[in-house]
Design a protein around this ligand. Sequence first.
Ligand SMILES: C[S@@+](CC[C@H](N)C(=O)[O-])C[C@H]1O[C@@H](n2cnc3c(N)ncnc32)[C@H](O)[C@@H]1O
Length: 253
Amino acid sequence: LLSSSAPADEAHRLAMLADLTNQATFDRLSSFGSMEGWQCIDIGAGDGSVARWLAARVGFQGRVVASDLELDRLAPCAGVERRRFDLVDDELESEAYDLIHARSVLLHVADPEAALKKMAAGLRAGGVLVVEDADLTTFEACDPDHPHRAEFEACMQRFTASMVAAGVHTKLGPRLPALVSSLGLVDVDCAARLLILRGGSAGAMLWKRNIANALGDVAAPALDDPSFWFASTLRVQVWGRAASSDPLGREKI
Ligand SMILES: C[S@@+](CC[C@H](N)C(=O)[O-])C[C@H]1O[C@@H](n2cnc3c(N)ncnc32)[C@H](O)[C@@H]1O
């Protein structure tokens, strides 16, 4: 629903999404320490920017798979293996990865719980699962008296309703901590960030494009206006580790 039918347009939209979200992803992934030698997969890799970042960290002994339903937006890159992979219908190798990452993907699949179980089963002992998704219902003008407020918020309600009708899990982000906790992983934790954006900014242009793809150019007056600040999505990151055991069989957490 959010995507554009024109390939160049969609590639640009994915690059804008990556620009808005990559730093928080890189900060989170960096918190797990050295990735030298890690086997990694980014599921629903989009433009491949996270996979390229990982490839620079895993070294020659490591491996990075960038997987997606659509491979044409993933430019070839040294150290990144491109794979067509459907998180819903395809099998993932079991106990194969030190890192499995999926950002802004689970909210598009019909059964996120089944997809999470598949990802958890793909972790090696000690491997890390990192999933990131948004709450898409948090759009609100920061200034209740701004002249664009009513029009903008009505438009965002229509936008959210159109996504729900299309099967998007618009409130998945805040559900992820409990869903990941139920997978039997250890050290499960989460972080969340409400993105406040300004009309005319790169983030606002991404939403202008998303909304235009779904509803037409209805939110342009607010999203083009630098005096208009708004709460956009609440972005939630959740991570957990597959338990590892020592040679004596004791659990190491
Ligand atoms: C919103 S984009 C996010 C791209 C990237 N992860 C990012 O955050 O920049 C969602 C991506 O998930 C992919 N996708 C959607 N359903 C999928 C599925 N069932 N299996 C694998 N990828 C899927 C889409 O093709 C798209 O590239």
